[in-house]
Ligand binder design. Structure first.
Ligand code: NAD
Length: 253
């Protein structure tokens, strides 16, 4: 019997961190992957390191630019002819008190973290609709549900994305498209290195029942599960992958 056609995933923010780990997980599971990132050179190096040119497509693109997103989706259609999963992972963080949050920072965080997933999803749905349906996973954050003194822009963008997840799960179910979210606790990526001070790290350590940061690969497992047929009856859910941080309910600085 001929083997089934490989499935296709598009992962945004895939040049490093959680997105790159997710792309590698899809490849390890036999999928083909379009890796999209605003950092074109970093992405090209990451894709060259993976070394699977038949199974990968590198897309240099800003998720907040609707024209660029449309062109990226056309490139996916031309190269792979279908799309089975979209992982809206690209994100940026600004951790600052309200009075030190500039209007430009506020707008950019909302544009990348919330408008980006909206644009990518809107562009991806026709490709999924013309196939067998598919799965979308939005990467929110535990900051979507836990308030703090530093995350008015970041936490609000992720709370918006959590709601968009539920909204689209309901709307797209008739197209056999499932929409879920993964809400990471702290993971020691380039983003965390940029915004997690020594004090934040110490507080996280004490507040997380498992007393450690998550690993990129641990996030990738959850992302893949929600894109795979193993989660075929799960839609509209937000899965915290956070070492028990949300369950413990202790405040952040
Ligand atoms: P990271 O900074 O290592 O990776 C983010 C990637 O997104 C980078 O490669 C970056 O170039 C890309 N990117 C940024 N803006 C983009 C844009 N406009 N268009 C396309 N690509 C863009 O960060 P990470 O920790 O791997 O974060 C991945 C996701 O996980 C983000 O959405 C982040 O908010 C979320 N998250 C991370 C943590 C954590 O502690 N690391 C916790 C909760 C949620």
């Amino acid at each position: 019997m001929p083997s089934a056609q490989p499935k296709i995933a598009l992962v945004t923010g895939a040049a490093r961190g959680i997105g790159l780990a997710a792309a590698k997980k899809f490849l390890a599971e036999g999928w083909r992957v379009a890796l999209l990132d605003i950092e074109g050179e970093l992405l090209a190096r990451a894709v060259a390191d993976i070394g699977r040119s038949d199974d990968t497509l590198a897309l240099s693109c800003d998720v907040s630019d609707s024209t660029a997103v449309g062109a990226a989706m056309t490139a996916v259609a031309q190269r792979f002819g279908r799309l089975d999963a979209l992982v809206n992972n690209a994100g940026i963080a600004v951790f600052a008190p309200l009075m030190e949050t500039s209007e430009a920072d506020w707008r950019r965080v909302l544009e990348v973290n919330l408008t980006g997933p909206f644009l990518c999803t809107r562009a991806a749905v026709p490709l999924m609709r013309d196939g067998d349906g598919g799965a979308i996973v939005n990467i929110t954050s535990i900051s979507a549900v836990r308030a703090s003194t530093l995350r008015s822009a970041y936490g609000t963008s992720k709370a918006g994305l959590a709601h968009l997840t539920k909204q689209l799960a309901v709307e797209l179910a008739s197209l056999n498209i499932r929409v879920n979210a993964v809400a990471p606790g702290p993971v020691d990526t380039a983003m965390a290195k940029q915004v997690h001070t020594k004090e934040i790290r110490a507080d996280y350590h004490d507040a997380i029942p498992l007393n450690r940061y998550g690993l990129e690969e641990e996030l990738a497992e959850a992302i893949f599960f929600l894109c795979s047929d193993r989660s075929s009856y799960i839609t509209g859910q937000i899965l915290a992958v956070d070492g028990g941080f949300d369950a413990a309910g202790i405040g952040l600085p």
